[in-house]
Design a protein around this ligand. Structure first.
Ligand code: IMP
Ligand code: MG
Length: 189
């Protein structure tokens, strides 16, 4: 279980203090990874009109940087997923709370995700999209935490592998905070 805040009982009050942040991937390294991914995607989708589907909310910063490096006649959409229950850990039961608006049948669909952790939400989304018969379906993930995988997920375009630590920044949050940080940080004890 990943926790992102320390909570201490103090005179019957729960004091919550943020953990220390430490840069894991600098904005420069992120930009290099995004450039490399854009080159690979641009090369593979020549002559096509891909539909990029971002997974909200975490992928919005990555998506914004990625599409501005892509010289392709692409279209853009977003989905939003939620796990049942309030736990930080994926409960294993996922539901789609925002469906794609653009029809995906016969489209070259590229899912853009912030992180593949257990793989539960991403594999649920890929299964859902596959049933709608896209012409092709691929996954681009900014980060991958392979040590936590519970369901195998093939990542066609991977930015960076990360260690088994909770990360925040560049769109990734801890209880909705830190999405605006330009670098990716780990939370230290
Ligand atoms: P899953 O465990 O692969 O299903 O990941 C579910 C979601 O949990 C991801 O899309 C992220 O939004 C979130 N998540 C997983 N690991 C982290 C992390 O280290 N930092 C921030 N969010 C995370
Ligand atoms: Mg996500």
């Amino acid at each position: 279980m990943h926790l992102c805040y320390h909570s201490n009982r103090f005179e019957n009050q729960v004091m919550v203090s943020p953990r220390q942040l430490k840069i894991l991937i600098s904005h420069k390294e992120i930009a290099e990874a995004v450039n490399r991914l854009a080159c690979e995607i641009e090369r593979d989708y020549q002559g096509k009109q891909p539909l990029l589907i971002g997974v909200l909310k975490g992928s919005f910063v990555f998506m914004a940087d990625l599409i501005r490096q892509l010289d392709l006649p692409l279209e853009l959409d977003f989905v939003r997923l939620a796990s049942y229950g309030a736990s930080r850990e994926s409960s294993g039961k996922v539901r789609l709370i925002q469906q794609p608006q653009i029809p995906i049948t016969n489209r070259d669909v590229l899912v853009v995700d912030d992180i593949v952790d257990t793989g539960i939400t991403t594999s649920f989304l890929l299964d859902y999209l596959r049933k709608k018969k896209p012409a092709s379906l691929k996954l681009c993930a900014l980060t991958d935490k392979p040590s936590r995988r519970r369901i195998p997920v093939p990542i066609d375009y991977l930015g960076l592998a990360v260690p088994n630590k909770f990360i925040v920044g560049y769109g990734l949050d801890c209880d909705e905070r830190y999405r605006n940080l330009p670098d990716i940080h780990t939370q230290e004890d």
